[in-house]
Design a protein around this ligand. Structure first.
Ligand code: BGC
Length: 285
């Protein structure tokens, strides 16, 4: 029997992303909902690696909650049918959105269909065979990098910055996520930062890599003054080209390192988050 004091302590220390939540299941499922593609995978929670191939389906157009829910169901069915699927009948399943997500309710829609605003994603997906948890895509990536990637062993405050169609941010302090930081929307040099700093903005402007590195340097220096951190982890597909632009990101009072999990960070972080949430819910029973 759990000692009553140990139990109350356990319920207090459990938090999203907290390293205090141990004994996770071996595997969980992560699904990353993006503007163009929805990607799912089975995640080995010990290593943070995908078990088998990831499964991608085009994001439906328009990407309404009902249409997206249909694709989540399809991805989940495919992953659960595999030999290497989690053993649980109803495994933890994490789903990310490129939006503010508070208590499983989606509250913004910069890069998804506006009909998502105020959608209770948990209610929408709860008929599916999974213990569903939902979170912001950059938050998922940040959790994954801190637990398995470029932020492993980094004490203090880490900020993940994902550069894609938009700019996402995640703040993780000593392993605990402070969700929904949304600093890609901070006003920077007269515009919402993501209009200037995203990978899509670089492509639109046909910006050379050195110039992009300089824009990113100014953005991170500005963000650091609002939220000082020990380490910035730069993610998103463009981080594969980090050798071309990170050398120009110098002089900051924080380490700036490329992400290690790159395109799978959202899937891995979603799975980890869902497993932790399921474990926390069980501990409270
Ligand atoms: C959204 C964020 C998201 C980021 C990356 C931004 O436009 O507001 O919620 O994390 O894009 O997808």
């Amino acid at each position: 029997m759990t000692h009553p004091e140990a139990r109350s302590l356990a319920t207090r220390v459990i938090a999203p992303g907290s390293a205090a939540v141990d004994a996770l299941p071996e595997k969980a499922i992560g699904i990353d909902v993006g503007g163009t593609g929805m990607k799912g995978g089975i995640v080995d929670l010990t290593t943070g690696e995908l078990v088998g191939e990831r499964f991608r389906v085009d994001t439906p157009k328009p990407a309404t909650p009902q249409a997206v829910a249909g694709v989540v169901e399809q991805i989940l069915a495919e992953l659960r049918s595999r030999d290497e699927a989690p053993v649980e009948d109803v495994p933890p399943v994490g789903v990310t959105f490129p939006a503010i997500v508070i208590d499983n309710v989606v509250l913004s829609a910069a890069n998804i269909d506006p009909s998502w605003i105020e959608c209770d994603a948990h209610a929408l997906l709860k008929h599916l065979p999974g213990r569903i948890s939902t979170l912001n895509d950059a938050d998922a990536a940040g959790l994954a990098e801190v637990r398995y990637g470029a932020g492993v062993g980094q004490p203090g405050t880490v900020m993940m910055v994902t550069l894609g169609t938009g700019v996402g941010t995640a703040i993780v302090h000593d392993g605990v996520l402070v969700p929904n930081s949304e600093l890609g929307h901070a006003e920077f040099e007269g515009v919402a930062a993501e209009k200037k700093v995203s990978a899509a903005a670089r492509e639109r402007a046909d910006m050379p890599w050195d110039e992009y590195g300089e824009v990113l340097r100014r953005y991170l220096a500005y963000i650091w003054r609002i939220q000082p951190v020990h380490q910035f982890i730069i993610g998103g597909g463009v981080s594969r080209r980090s050798d071309d632009f990170l050398p120009y990101v110098t002089g900051l009072r924080a380490d700036v390192v490329p992400a290690k999990l790159v395109n799978n960070a959202g899937i891995v972080g979603a799975a980890l988050y869902a497993a932790e949430q399921a474990r926390a819910a069980d501990a409270l029973r």
